[in-house]
Write a protein that binds this ligand. Structure first.
Ligand SMILES: [Ca+2]
Ligand SMILES: [Ca+2]
Ligand SMILES: [Ca+2]
Ligand SMILES: [Ca+2]
Length: 430
């Protein structure tokens, strides 16, 4: 009978090892489960449910079993994109007891709602991935926390928790993306050598070298087209390096811009760059008023009828009318989702309005390409940069560890519980 063994503990705390007393029990034993429940109740409830043989339970009895302690539970890192089942680390807890009371099993603690990210071998403590991680946008799985419980098979069973971090390191699994599918520009025939013609821009969502972009130019049709232009490898600015001959009016330079990242191996993306030569009197329009700084905008801003920024331009030709347009790019930060809209006013003026709610956690910086065109179909472009300011709308939430995982009552054991708060602003998740 289980109850008899229970009282053996109370009267024989000295000279008996817990191993000898509890040998007949197994963790699956329903009687043991019942005893465990009794143990975790209040002392009164425990006394009431105790089989009475005239012996008062000794509260130090549970101290016979020693709580396991983690001796290996260290932060580690794994690359993103690895298959589920990839080895992460091995945790190890030490338990000095003999027999079941010294036998340690491992399990991972996570809130019921949390996605399963890791598995642990309950016997060896070996931790493996349960899914494929993606460090980059939009998932941003960069730093994860794993909480492991080591529990012995003593009676009552004693456990200990340990939390360690797993850094997901970057792989060069993304190519740069240009902010436009292709670039079209016009250039007056008498443009000055060393004048900036245009700029191409690409972004790469990887990290460090894997995201460092180097630009280059190639000829798409005629190698001699390359003689006229030079691209800055870092900034993507293209300048004129050779005077354009008078007979080249209406000629179109057909170039290809390449953006290559610094990863090993590296990834490259290309975009068409067509530059059309127009006669000297066909001047390009010009922006006369553009913000010279980054515009800060509160994440909570939601006045869709209030202009955020105003730009002005002149046609530079006899007919003063100009036409503005917002050139949306291929990424959210270049207005792919039409987060911003442009409204033209009279007299070469335009405003930018917010068109969709902002979310700092999704996109924190925008780069808007604005084009102005005159009646000669000649255009100029400028960039407006906006920065979203965090309104701190993510309320930190505590991870709810299910009550069954909390340590059993024990007067003689000390235990420190680490409570972890999660706040998405810091890209931390379980
Ligand atoms: Ca133990
Ligand atoms: Ca990735
Ligand atoms: Ca990556
Ligand atoms: Ca890359």
């Amino acid at each position: 009978m289980a109850s008899r063994y229970y009282f053996c503990v109370n009267v024989r705390t000295k000279g008996w090892s817990i191993n000898e007393i509890f040998k007949p029990y197994r963790l699956s034993d329903p009687q043991l489960q019942k005893q465990k429940m009794v143990n975790s109740e209040s002392p009164e409830a425990r006394a009431a449910s105790m089989p009475s043989r005239g012996v008062t339970p000794n509260p130090t009895a549970a101290a016979i079993n020693t709580r396991p302690t983690f001796i290996k539970c260290n932060e580690t890192s794994i690359p993103e994109g690895e298959n589920a089942g990839t080895f992460v680390t091995k945790v190890e807890a030490y338990d000095p007891d003999q027999g079941p009371a010294g036998k340690v099993r491992y399990e991972i603690i996570r809130s019921q709602s949390a996605e399963k990210q890791f598995n642990v071998n309950s016997y060896t403590g070996e931790i493996t991935t349960a899914k494929v991680f993606d460090r980059d946008e939009p998932k941003r799985e960069k730093l994860l926390y794993v909480t492991v419980k080591a529990v012995d098979e003593g009676f009552p069973a004693l456990d200990v928790l340990c939390t360690f971090s797993v850094t997901i390191t970057d792989k060069n699994d993304n190519a740069p993306i240009f902010d436009k599918n292709d670039y079209r520009e016009t250039i007056p025939q008498d443009s000055k050598v060393n004048q900036t013609v245009m700029r191409v821009a690409a972004t790469d969502i990887d990290e460090g070298e894997n995201a460092r972009i180097t630009y280059s130019l190639r000829a798409n049709r005629d190698e001699s087209d390359l003689d006229y232009f030079q691209i800055d490898p870092q900034s993507g600015f293209i300048k004129l390096v050779k005077a354009i001959e008078a007979e080249k009016v209406d000629y179109q330079f057909e170039l290809v811009a390449a953006a290559r990242d610094g990863g090993t191996p590296s990834n490259e993306t290309t975009a068409q760059v067509n530059i059309k030569v127009v006669s000297s009197n066909r001047r390009a329009p010009e922006f006369t008023e553009v913000p010279d700084h980054i515009i800060d905008i509160e994440e909570s801003f939601n006045d869709f009828g209030r202009p955020i920024v105003t730009l002005r331009a002149v046609s530079n030709i006899e007919k003063p009318v100009v036409y503005f347009s917002l050139v949306n790019g291929q990424t959210e930060d270049t207005n792919k989702e039409e987060t911003f809209r442009l409204v033209e006013r009279a007299n070469g003026t335009m405003d930018i309005f917010l068109a969709r709610k902002l979310d700092y956690e999704t996109v924190s910086n925008y780069q808007l390409n604005i084009r102005v065109q005159n009646d000669f179909d000649v255009s100029a472009e400028t960039i407006v940069r906006l920065r979203v300011l965090d309104s701190n709308d993510e309320i930190p939430s505590f991870i709810d560890i299910e009550s069954g995982s909390v340590l059993e009552n024990s007067a003689v054991q000390t235990f420190v519980l680490r409570i972890r708060a999660i706040d998405k602003r810091w890209n931390i998740s379980e």
